[in-house]
Write a protein that binds this ligand. Structure first.
Ligand code: NI
Length: 226
């Protein structure tokens, strides 16, 4: 009994630094890339989380508030497994077409749904369709949200073909890149094992957006990557 107890203690001690080391990937020193997934959580999200866990890869999920209310356990799981969580509005409208109050409501309702599901409100948001302007960013700042866009979009929702999606990701991959995909597109989830394998082979460390940004504090109302 005593030996088992000691073993458990030593395991937990040696386990802690390993986890810390992974969280501290220094993207100033190594080649990093952030895979980001919008519009979830959806039916196909758990299969994606399984793969990311198996490959020890961290990603960033921009969640739709309404979808979080439908599948709170999946949102919670993504956060618990070390992925970064962002706000993708409550009902996915094109924000610049809305009045100020409606933009604030969209962002606030998603913050609330996400906080309720995962225990913490996000520090970043991604505007649906990438539709944004100074007014949207100004209002987002009132919700303490930084804006996160992307360096490359796969148009996976349009391609709907695992081979084509993989080719698009590999074409768009670059150091410090932010790749936009959707965990709600089944072909994207299907393509992901091949994508992760090839990106690792090319020397990429697949990290969350905050890690990619060297852990510097995201400033509300500012758009990233700068
Ligand atoms: Ni979207």
């Amino acid at each position: 009994m005593l030996i088992q107890g000691l073993l458990a203690v030593s395991l937990s001690v040696t386990g802690a630094p390993a986890a810390a080391a992974q969280a501290k990937t220094d993207c100033a020193k190594v080649k990093c890339l952030a895979l980001t997934f919008d519009d979830g959580p959806g039916k196909t999200t758990p299969a994606l989380l399984d793969l990311l866990k198996k490959e020890r890869v961290k990603a960033t999920f921009f969640l739709v508030g309404k979808a979080v209310e439908e599948r709170p356990a999946i949102a919670r799981r993504a956060a618990r497994e070390g992925h970064a969580i962002g706000n993708h509005t409550y009902s996915h409208p094109s924000l610049p077409t809305l009045f100020d109050d409606d933009i604030l409501d969209e962002l606030a309702a998603a913050q609330e749904a996400i906080e309720k599901a995962v225990g913490r409100a996000p520090a970043m948001f991604r505007p649906p369709y990438g539709h944004t302007d100074d007014r949207v960013r100004y209002l987002a700042a009132q919700e303490d949200l930084a804006e996160v866009l992307w360096t490359g979009t796969t148009l996976d929702w349009d391609l709907r073909d695992a081979k084509k999606i993989k080719a698009a990701v590999l074409r768009l991959a670059e150091r410090d890149g932010v790749i936009l995909m959707h965990d709600t597109v089944p072909a994207t989830v299907k393509a992901m094992p091949g994508i992760v394998k090839e990106l690792k082979k090319r020397g990429y460390h697949l990290v969350t957006v905050p890690t990619l940004l060297r852990g510097k504090k995201l400033e509300a109302g500012v758009s990233y990557p700068e």
